[in-house]
Design a protein around this ligand. Structure first.
Ligand code: ADE
Length: 275
């Protein structure tokens, strides 16, 4: 997979050189290009923003450096293949624009994007990017405007780090334990934890500062361990994410599941979580 990130803060992306993604880059499974938007600004001050037409607070990123940046990363990716109109053609590229005004990013979207050949991330700052940039880009490639949550960041960079990590850990060979992604909270798998957040996990030592690991996890009884894990996941999901419990299809809940949920009901006052 090829990732191109356009930003006015290239140094923000140093974390992509470490951990699982850093290793995938070293192996050549992922290629990452981080590009300074200011290298496509041509005035002596390398200006990339201006005041908004119509007035109002803040600054808007000007379209010209963005247009040149997109043309350059597309051209570089497909050997400068040119469409008949002269603009670079996009091949398998998709543009991701992080914005609090976008569609909510999710594990499902991460899984879709993990199938892409080439993702280009356009990090906006200030009050955003001139809207014509997205209009222009839609003529060249699919564009998704994505929000990572209902809060406002100072710029798209941290959102891109979040999305890149969520996407890249789904690529074959990136996770150390290939079995772990489908069982994640929100994972695409149809395993016993599907639709639930993960329950607690423990490791050695068995007793630590007076706190013991639950006996069942040391019992070697795989059936009992699986049941205990599902119970714990149901209780935690009822407590922290009653919205997810309410979305579980009735057919996915056994009599035992319903019993665990009704016992946890105290934690979800006012919510009918047990269907
Ligand atoms: N830029 C600013 N806030 C954002 C958010 N919540 N998600 C994505 N990009 C953003």
């Amino acid at each position: 997979m090829l990732l191109d990130i356009i930003t006015i803060f290239p140094e923000y992306f140093a974390p992509l050189g470490v951990s699982l993604i850093g290793k995938a880059v070293q192996r050549g499974d992922i290629a990452v290009g981080v590009h300074d938007l200011r290298s496509w600004a041509h005035d002596p001050h390398k200006t990339v923003d201006d005041t908004p037409f119509g007035g109002g607070p803040g600054m808007v990123m000007r379209p010209e450096p963005w247009g040149e940046a997109l043309d350059a990363v597309l051209g570089a990716a497909d050997g400068r293949a040119q469409s008949p109109g002269g603009a670079p053609s996009a091949g398998g590229a998709q543009l991701i624009v992080p914005t609090p005004a976008g569609e909510l990013f999710s594990q499902g979207i991460a899984a879709e994007l993990a199938g892409a050949e080439h993702l280009i991330f356009a990090c906006g700052r200030y009050e955003g990017i001139d809207a014509r940039v997205v209009d222009y880009a839609r003529n060249l490639m699919p564009v998704r405007e994505l929000s990572i949550g209902d809060y406002v960041l100072a710029g798209g960079e941290p959102a891109v780090l979040v999305m890149v990590e969520a996407i890249c850990r789904l690529l074959p060979g990136v996770l150390g334990n290939a079995g772990s992604a489908p069982d994640d909270s929100f994972g695409a798998g149809d395993g016993p934890m599907h639709g639930l957040v993960e329950g607690p996990a423990y490791t050695r030592p068995r007793a630590w500062r007076g706190l013991e690991v639950p006996d069942v996890l040391l019992s070697g009884n795989h059936g009992a361990i699986a049941r205990w894990r599902r119970d714990a996941a149901l209780r935690r999901t009822a407590l922290t994410r009653p919205d997810l419990v309410a979305r579980l299809p009735s057919a996915a809940l056994s009599a035992r599941d319903r019993q665990v949920l009704s016992q946890a009901r105290f934690a979800v006052t006012g919510e009918d979580v047990a269907h």
